[in-house]
Ligand binder design. Structure first.
Ligand code: AR6
Length: 179
């Protein structure tokens, strides 16, 4: 599914984020930037060891929840990896929506700082961190919608959803925003 925004567009695809040919891909990291399973494991596996060397060297104190930091992308077919730290879902009353929104917002700002024309996001926090996919889709797409309306940049914001369930959840929200 593609929704156009003047010079920009939001794309939803099903697939593996490590295979995306975009300027920046976003990792769903932990605040220690220590690597792990899910998207994080897949990204580090494909990128190779330079990714971890770089995060250790540049960000020895990690990255706070609700923020993101940039590295190069090793062997991935992208220029940058933005390591974003989403919140662990704890019922929704612990500031999770705000933290998730700010993780996405920081990545979109990093894409401007690094002159990226295209960025690909996974559904941050919706795996190990347990964030309900429908609510995560509302936040992810809401932040992106507002950002593109204001900045008309980057040209492509792609959400790479892992399977039909997450894709359907994002598609329902994007359809309602585009109405
Ligand atoms: N491409 C796209 N999406 C994927 C892929 C992939 N290759 N693999 C999984 N997903 P998760 P979190 C989906 O658990 O919830 C790690 O251990 C997955 O189905 O990767 O933010 C980190 O080190 C889900 O919808 O990230 C942290 O400790 C979404 O990506 C912790 O997990 C996010 O799932 C972060 O947890």
């Amino acid at each position: 599914m593609i929704v156009h925004f003047g010079a920009s567009r939001i794309e939803l695809v099903q697939g593996d984020i490590t295979q995306q040919r975009v300027d920046a891909i976003v990792n769903a990291a932990n605040s220690g930037l220590l690597g792990g399973g899910g998207v994080d494991g897949a990204i580090h596996r494909v990128a190779g060891p330079t990714l971890m060397q770089e995060t250790r060297m540049l960000y020895p104190d990690g990255c706070p929840t609700g923020s993101a930091v940039a590295t190069t992308a090793g062997r991935l077919p992208a220029k940058y990896v933005f390591h974003a730290v989403g919140p662990v879902w704890a019922g929704g009353e612990k500031g999770e929506p705000k933290l998730l929104a700010s993780a996405y917002q920081t990545c979109l700002e990093l894409s401007l700082d690094h002159h990226c024309q295209s960025i690909a996001f996974p559904a941050i926090s919706t795996g190990v961190y347990g964030y309900p996919i429908d609510l995560a889709a509302e936040t992810a797409l809401g932040v992106t919608w507002k950002f593109l309306k204001q900045k008309q940049h980057p040209e492509v914001v792609r959400f790479v959803l892992f399977g039909p369930g997450p894709y359907g959840a994002f598609a329902r929200v994007l359809e309602s925003l585009a109405e």
